[in-house]
Design a binder for this molecule. Structure first.
Ligand SMILES: [Zn+2]
Length: 71
């Protein structure tokens, strides 16, 4: 995969979290005590898997500081 900004080949790897994190997307960041799934526009990006760091295959361009992934 090539970088959409500089068009150089991107490095393939994994985006991963600290040991208890997971990524989601929404219209706004839910408050700490709110159930995140109730936020408007909620999309689960990385499900939590017991005994593993949450991770997703990703491509990185260090020059542009861009990380891309499909979920
Ligand atoms: Zn780039």
């Amino acid at each position: 995969m090539n970088c959409p900004i500089c068009n150089q080949e991107m490095k393939k790897g994994y985006l991963f979290t600290t040991k208890d994190g997971a990524f989601s997307f929404a219209d706004a960041v839910p408050r700490m005590l709110q159930n995140a799934r109730t936020e408007e526009g909620f999309i689960e990006i990385t499900p939590i898997k017991a005994g593993q760091r949450v991770h997703i295959e990703a491509y990185c361009c260090e020059t542009c500081r861009l990380v891309q992934f499909r979920y």
